[in-house]
Ligand binder design. Structure first.
Ligand code: NAP
Length: 254
């Protein structure tokens, strides 16, 4: 088990929603935000036990968390999720749009349902959650929104036309929403991981990939969570909006 993040409490009294917080990068993010004192909403789709484990880990750190199921590609479920958070804690200060899936196959073999499922969650889900939460943040006149994109959305990746399109869409969406919400003190940024060791990459063969990673290894979920934590909690991040920041071992150098 990795070392738990240093406890700084800069989000004491704040509420953070992490979509797909039950596993991988989302789990590491939930723990990192809890280390800042945030009350954390651990959203999940089906892994109730994993989500409950994250809640227990957060509680062991002395913070509060709740596991809430919702398929964030569905508007009614997103609204229910956000309403449940408002009923329980009455505010939303941080949204991390992390939930994502892959349905990899080459273009000619890609079925419309492979395309649609990935667009629905990885792009439409980001729109739905951001829209629901921004209404609250606009009233609060503060908030931090971080969406997870990917190097695949920046440079393309064979077998991932659906995923790359969705992740590139997240980048355009982030820049537009950052401009729309800036006057109310809400920042909107995207984090672009490279290859990170999670269930999502468990079947990807490392041999062919490591040569494209200057640092020569996969990243850890905690390394992505560290940047999300900075964007969500650090006072210095208040002047950063509309940006795409990579955590990719040097794969993409703009
Ligand atoms: P992961 O380990 O496969 O975890 C995916 C998470 O998303 C799980 O918590 C899962 O919940 C949740 N989820 C799936 N479908 C959902 C839905 N319809 N509604 C709500 N939650 C849903 O993935 P990961 O590797 O941590 O990836 C997290 C994010 O980083 C994704 O957006 C991914 O595209 C992005 N990313 C990952 C990498 C990488 O190398 N791993 C690289 C670039 C970008 P359940 O546990 O309930 O299934």
């Amino acid at each position: 088990m990795e070392a738990l993040p240093t406890n700084l409490q800069r989000l004491q009294g704040k509420v953070a929603i992490v979509t797909g917080g039950s596993r991988g990068i989302g789990r590491a993010t939930a723990l990192a935000l809890a280390a800042e004192g945030a009350k954390v909403v651990v959203n999940y789709a089906s892994s109730r036990e994993s989500a409950d484990r994250v809640v227990a880990e957060v509680e062991a750190m002395g913070s509060q968390a709740i596991a809430l199921p919702a398929d964030v590609s569905k508007a009614d479920q997103v609204d229910e999720l956000v309403n449940a958070v408002m009923e329980k804690w009455g505010q939303v200060d941080v949204l991390v749009n992390n939930a994502g899936i892959t349905r990899d196959t080459l273009l000619l073999r890609m079925k419309p349902e492979d395309w649609q499922a990935v667009i629905d969650l990885n792009l439409t889900g980001v729109f739905l959650c951001t829209r629901a939460v921004s209404k609250i943040m606009l009233k609060q006149r503060s908030g931090r929104i971080v969406s997870i994109t990917s190097v695949a959305g920046q440079m393309g990746n064979p077998g991932q036309a659906n995923y790359s399109a969705a992740k590139a869409g997240v980048i355009g969406f982030t820049k537009t929403v950052a401009k729309e919400l800036a006057t109310r003190g809400i920042t909107v940024n995207a984090v672009a991981p490279g290859f990170i060791t999670t269930d999502m990459t468990a079947d990807v063969k490392a041999e062919g990939i490591l040569q494209f990673i200057p640092l020569g290894r996969y990243g850890k979920p905690e390394e992505v969570a560290g940047l999300i934590r900075f964007l969500a909690a650090d006072p210095a991040a208040a002047y950063i909006t509309g940006q795409v920041m990579n955590v990719d071992g040097g794969m993409v150098m703009a």
